[in-house]
Write a protein that binds this ligand. Structure first.
Ligand code: COA
Length: 381
């Protein structure tokens, strides 16, 4: 064991959208669309669109609101997509900017200066460009030394990033690494899709990993870990440089966007994800507890990926028994919605202050790929 978690940072956008606000905008869009297409609907050539409901959203997912970078544009029934103005190459990119916000909080908590850090990994689902790497820009904006690179393992990017950082520290490449997960998930969400329009929010997190020799007295030992992937098309986003140059009227958020181009945004078969990922993750956690000589009941907390409340309750029950105290798997998705790779790190950041020396917990991610990551941590005071 050469590396530990020294601190985490959480940056939250100022604006938030409640389910009621989101549904009002969606239903206004539906009414307008149905009105404009009334003749075809009447003739049976088109299906009328159905209203969304705040009750369904909360019951099916546990989500009550989401933080966003661009509230008004998302809620505008004429647009229903964030408006994030393009920036010149001389300005910091938005993803680097919010990653830096989270990184500064982590550094301040650990009592570190940027020059103390010798690598940056930006690990997230939603990278805004091919190159230069966002991480190299974060390195430049923060003033860290060494090297930096981006990586993407969808919702498991942060846990895979932590493991990558641990490997680099063990291999002697660096002694102090920031793993940043800036997630602007609203930009890959189709807000006109009733099945999914409520799912995502925006956020940025950072995790500072350091060689145990230089770590602060208060830190988290990593006592075991496991990474798993298994191919699935049930969560997919086909956006990329080979297909991003759609003509104006074929644009991602235009009419064709609903019908032809939605797979350039987030698409999922939510039911199948639920059914397939719950057993996969419960098995991984249970097996890894055994592999690390842990009774699962020794886990004071499981900071699980935040996609669906019912999914987390089921995983907690499979691992800890049906009478489990659900506060052992704290929820942040009620306020943040799904923030992809950042979700389990937000939960860890917000619900770990009460840990005492020697107490153990689990950071666990799961999502597209499929991908899953388990990081067992033990508090050292
Ligand atoms: N408002 C009202 N009703 C809605 C609705 C909405 N916004 N969206 C769907 N419905 C309706 C459907 O039409 C369906 O109606 P029917 O039974 O008459 O056909 C019913 O609600 C159930 O829809 P379904 O899609 O089966 O809901 P669900 O219970 O599976 O919940 C998810 C949907 C997405 C919340 C849930 O499947 C989920 O979270 N899965 C896991 C996803 C996940 O982890 N993804 C990882 C992403 S990174």
């Amino acid at each position: 064991m050469t590396s530990v978690i020294s601190a985490t940072g959480l940056w939250t956008p100022e604006q938030s959208i409640s389910n009621a606000e989101l549904v009002e905008s969606f239903n206004a869009y539906v009414d307008k669309w149905n009105n404009e297409n009334a003749a075809e609907i009447e003739a049976g050539d088109k299906d009328a669109l159905a209203h969304s409901s705040a009750e369904f959203i909360e019951k099916a997912s546990g989500i009550k609101s989401r933080f966003v970078i661009s509230k008004d544009a998302i809620l505008d029934p004429e647009r229903m997509a964030p408006h994030i103005p393009a920036r010149s190459n001389d300005e910091p990119s938005i993803l680097a900017e919010i990653a830096v916000n989270a990184a500064k909080i982590a550094l301040q908590k650990a009592g570190r200066k940027p020059e103390d850090v010798d690598a940056v990994i930006v690990a997230c689902s939603n990278l805004q460009r091919g190159y230069p790497a966002i991480a190299v820009e974060v390195q430049h904006l923060l003033g860290t030394s060494g090297f930096a690179f981006d990586m993407n393992v969808a919702c498991s990017s942060a846990t895979f990033g932590i493991e990558t950082a641990r490997g680099l520290i063990a291999g002697g490449q660096a002694k102090s690494i920031l793993v940043c997960s800036p997630e602007i998930c609203t930009a890959h969400l189709n807000f006109k899709d009733r099945d999914a329009h409520f799912i995502f929010g925006d956020v940025a997190t950072a995790v500072l990993l350091e060689h145990v020799d230089i770590a602060p007295a208060e830190h988290w030992d990593v006592i075991g870990s496991k990474l798993v992937t298994q191919f699935s098309n049930n969560i997919r986003n086909n956006f990329g440089f080979l297909n991003s140059a759609a003509p104006e009227d074929d644009g991602l958020y235009g009419e064709r966007g609903r019908k032809g181009l939605t797979d350039k945004l987030f698409v999922q078969n939510g039911r199948s994800v639920f059914k397939e990922v719950v057993p996969m993750v419960a098995k991984m956690i249970t097996e890894q507890c055994v592999a690390n000589g842990l009774d699962p009941h020794e886990l004071k907390r499981m900071w699980l990926h935040q996609a669906n409340l019912n999914m987390n309750v089921l995983i907690a029950k499979k691992v800890l028994g049906k009478d489990v105290d659900i506060s052992k798997a704290p929820v942040v998705l009620d306020e943040y919605a799904n923030t992809s790779s950042a979700g389990s790190i937000i939960a860890f950041d917000k619900y770990s202050d009460d840990f005492k020396n020697g107490e153990t917990g689990l950071i666990c991610s799961f999502g597209a790929g499929y991908s899953a990551g388990a990081i067992f941590v033990r508090r050292v005071d």
